[in-house]
Ligand binder design. Structure first.
Ligand SMILES: *Cc1c(COP(=O)(O)O)cnc(C)c1O
Length: 395
């Protein structure tokens, strides 16, 4: 291998890019991976270079070879002009919002957005003079009616957090761009492997690398990528905050990247099988998973997405809190906890009724969000069958 292909990857397929992007072995003495660079000070060879800040790397907060490796790889994967890495997925959201918003702006945010995104809009952004209107995630091109002269950006997320509504991103982007507004998207569920955000009209895309880039519940990381129009403002905002990710988490993110396609395919397969199993259970009222033919968002998912990941929700028939607790507390293989994207299965009860404002959450009974891990499905089913038996016995 005379020259590593990392610098001219665009002609290669996605899986080849996942393997090669961001690696420069011959800048690392031939070692396959870019190592963890730790550091604050970066030395300059002379005064002139220092005064001009003429160097590939200038200071620890502004980038290291490890960080640059993952940024380049992610830009290649997402079809972005640039990517910045943040210390968490939520930081990736807030950096994206701070890149586009100015005092006096108006923001349109999907009612199904990740809840901490709402909290940032209603708290910090409000304090700095940015007003947020929440909209029905199913609005599509109808978003036009909600625009004001000062609407600066539309924040999307597909499918929606916990409730899995699909959004018509190309339709929303067409309206927003005609009005010179930016389109932000939290693409954590699909990742660029299943939804190429910038090719679909998204200006700034957000990924919680904590989830599928990690694949191991062992790191916190955010990735914010931008198209040509927004790349420079994004980089400038990121530098102003110096919101840099930790070196070890970035290294683990690079490690996860190489196998992400395989893991995602397996999560997809496992989750689809479990979603169909839930749909046939007598205790279940509805399954919220856009890759199921019965899902209201299926047509959009089929048109725009290349796959589905391991996260979906289930609405149960009416059950008491005690019955639900009996079901969940006895599960052996499903952990109860936030976050997802790791190798292990998780379950979480949720109720968005308390904080949604543009839509009304109506559910037949308690709602549960599942992440399906890489375990044997027979074992997961046995665990859940016992859980449903406890639910029925307590009801
Ligand atoms: C988890 C998550 C985030 C935040 O990621 P953290 O790394 O936990 O801060 C943002 N958006 C979505 C959709 C998520 O699921």
């Amino acid at each position: 291998m005379a020259q590593h292909p990392s610098s001219h990857l665009e002609r290669f397929g996605e899986r080849t890019r996942l393997v090669h992007a961001g690696r420069e072995p011959f800048e690392q003495h031939g070692f396959v991976n870019t190592p963890i660079y730790r550091g604050s000070t970066v030395l300059y060879p002379n005064t002139e270079d220092f005064l001009a800040r003429r160097a590939k790397f200038t200071y620890g907060t502004q980038g290291t070879p490890t960080i640059a490796s993952l940024e380049r790889a992610w830009s290649s994967l997402a079809g972005a002009a640039d990517t910045v890495l943040t210390p968490s997925g939520l930081a990736a959201v807030t950096i994206a919002l701070l890149t586009v918003c100015r005092a006096g702006d108006h923001l349109l945010v999907s009612d199904s957005a990740y809840r901490p995104t709402r909290i940032f809009c209603d708290g910090v952004l409000k304090r700095f003079g940015v007003e947020t209107t929440y909209y029905d995630p199913l609005v599509g091109a109808g978003i036009e009616a909600l625009f004001r002269p000062n609407t600066r950006a539309v924040v999307t997320e597909a499918p929606g957090s916990q409730t899995f509504e699909m959004q018509d991103i190309p339709a929303i982007a067409a309206v927003a761009h005609a009005r010179d507004a930016a389109v932000l998207m939290d693409n954590t569920w699909a990742t660029p492997l299943f939804f190429p955000p910038h090719a679909m009209g998204v200006d700034i895309a957000i990924e919680a690398g904590t989830k599928y880039l990690s694949g191991g519940s062992d790191l916190l990381l955010g990735l914010t990528s931008a198209n040509e129009r927004w790349a420079k403002p994004l980089r400038q905002t990121f530098q102003a905050f110096a919101m840099c990710a930790g070196p070890e988490d970035v290294f683990l993110g690079l490690r996860g990247l190489r196998t992400m396609a395989l893991r995602l395919k397996e999560h997809e397969k496992q989750a689809l099988e479990m979603a169909r199993w839930f749909a046939a259970r007598p205790e279940v009222a509805r399954v919220l998973h856009p890759a199921l033919e019965s899902d209201p968002g299926h047509a959009i998912w089929k048109r725009d997405f290349k796959g589905s990941s391991g996260l979906f929700s289930v609405v149960l028939k009416p059950a008491s809190p005690a019955a639900l607790a009996a079901m969940l507390d006895g599960l052996e293989l499903f952990g109860i906890g936030a976050s997802w994207g790791g190798f292990e299965s998780l379950v979480l009860p949720f109720d968005p009724a308390a904080y949604r404002t543009a839509t009304t959450w109506q559910a037949e009974g308690p709602a549960l969000r599942f992440h399906i891990g890489l375990e044997d499905l027979d074992d997961l089913r046995t665990d859940l069958e016992a859980g449903f038996a406890r639910l029925r016995a307590t009801a």
